[in-house]
Design a protein around this ligand. Structure first.
Ligand code: GRF
Length: 204
């Protein structure tokens, strides 16, 4: 089977990037990462990419005067590296339709809550403030909304009475590192079909 070409975009630590690289290395995901892009020069994800021998590119948001020109630069790098599927792994920027249309139905994101609840940049704090008893994570296709695209996989974890932001985030992260590589595998094997809001998974 031909390997799916991934472009991973991240803003920080890059632990999800690492889980994807590890799964590829183990042979469970028929894909390869052709480029890692960050919007910040200090993002640790760049070091992880370099350590794996993968081109690491910073498209520094601060060097662009509009979201559109920034996104055109991202698209250019992704196309130059032959990217077929864009994987957002802690990429902390909302993408406009310029980007979303350029890779229509070919962008995945992971969000650390059970969508559609607790969207946005600080899901764990919202979960704790609300008093929810379960949380988790969601891998979804990206559309023009914030955390609104069709859902591929979700995993849940309990919220404990003595949880703080970091303890909850750590419990959710363990699940993120399982379901993101799994969702990419399903995509790479051609097992996902988008039907309106729903994603049908062919598990045969
Ligand atoms: C993860 O919790 C992910 O769900 C969210 O941002 C965080 C990124 O973590 N979108 P990392 O950079 O992959 O370690």
């Amino acid at each position: 089977m031909n390997k799916l070409v991934l472009g991973v975009m991240a803003s920080g630590r890059g632990s999800n990037l690492q889980s994807i690289l590890d799964a590829i290395e183990k042979g469970t995901v028929p894909a390869r990462v052709s480029v890692v892009i960050t919007d910040k020069p200090e993002a640790k994800a760049l070091d992880r990419a370099r350590a794996a021998g993968i081109p690491a590119v910073c498209v520094n948001r601060k060097e662009y005067d509009s979201r559109e020109s920034f996104e055109h630069a991202l698209i250019e790098v992704l196309r130059a590296h032959g990217v077929e599927l864009v994987v957002l792994a802690g990429f902390m920027r909302i993408l406009t339709s310029v980007f979303v249309q350029a890779f229509k139905h070919r962008i995945l994101n992971i969000h650390p809550s059970i969508l559609p609840s607790f969207t946005g940049a600080d899901a764990h704090s919202l979960v704790l403030e609300y008093g929810a008893k379960v949380s988790g994570c969601t891998v979804h296709f990206v559309d023009e909304g914030m955390d609104t695209g069709p859902i591929i996989l979700q995993a849940t974890v309990p919220v404990m009475e003595d949880d703080d932001h970091d303890s909850l985030a750590a419990r959710v992260l363990v699940e993120e590192h399982k379901i993101y590589p799994e969702a990419i595998r399903l995509y790479a094997e051609g097992r996902l079909t988008i039907e309106g809001r729903k994603v049908r998974i062919d598990r045969n």
